[in-house]
Design a protein around this ligand. Structure first.
Ligand SMILES: CC(C)(COP(=O)(O)OP(=O)(O)OC[C@H]1O[C@@H](n2cnc3c(N)ncnc32)[C@H](O)[C@@H]1OP(=O)(O)O)[C@@H](O)C(=O)NCCC(=O)NCCS
Length: 108
């Protein structure tokens, strides 16, 4: 039905995520079947991925990079606790970076 990927952002050889510290993960999520949207599946998928980032990979921060025009996705992340960092441009793509800090990470 869809895919969710957990990435080690700090280990990305292309440096896509910029200057990030060890313990920074990124998540990519995609539900391919439009008939399955807005049924809560995305929330379950990303909650599992968030739990995996924090408790299996010991991440302190999770990054997400929806396209700036992807208003649906941008509406999806705040209810999960993600905060907007700001816009980033990658080639022709205008993205919006959001982050979620592990509550006990001590990061501001
Ligand atoms: C983003 C995505 C994973 C969300 O998954 P989902 O299963 O549709 O979302 P949920 O049903 O769990 O939504 C939870 C809440 O998020 C918000 N939300 C989710 N999709 C939204 C949309 N398109 N527009 C506005 N709010 C949205 C709503 O508050 C929603 O609660 P509600 O339906 O009770 O109002 C899914 O839309 C998707 O895969 N889209 C295509 C690929 C994509 O854009 N991926 C993200 C790339 S960064």
């Amino acid at each position: 039905m869809g895919v969710v990927v957990v990435l080690d952002a700090a280990a990305d050889p292309a440096g896509y995520w910029g200057e990030v510290s060890l313990g920074t993960c990124a998540i990519d999520i995609w539900i391919a079947d439009a008939a399955q949207l807005r049924k809560g599946y995305g929330t379950v998928m990303i909650e599992n991925a968030i739990d995996r980032c924090f408790h299996v990979h010991s991440a302190h921060t999770i990054l997400i990079d929806p396209l700036a025009e992807n208003e649906g996705a941008i509406s999806f992340y705040p209810h999960l606790g993600f905060d907007v960092i700001g816009p980033r441009t990658f080639g022709a793509d205008e993205c919006l970076f959001l982050e979620l800090r592990r509550p006990d990470s001590g990061c501001d």
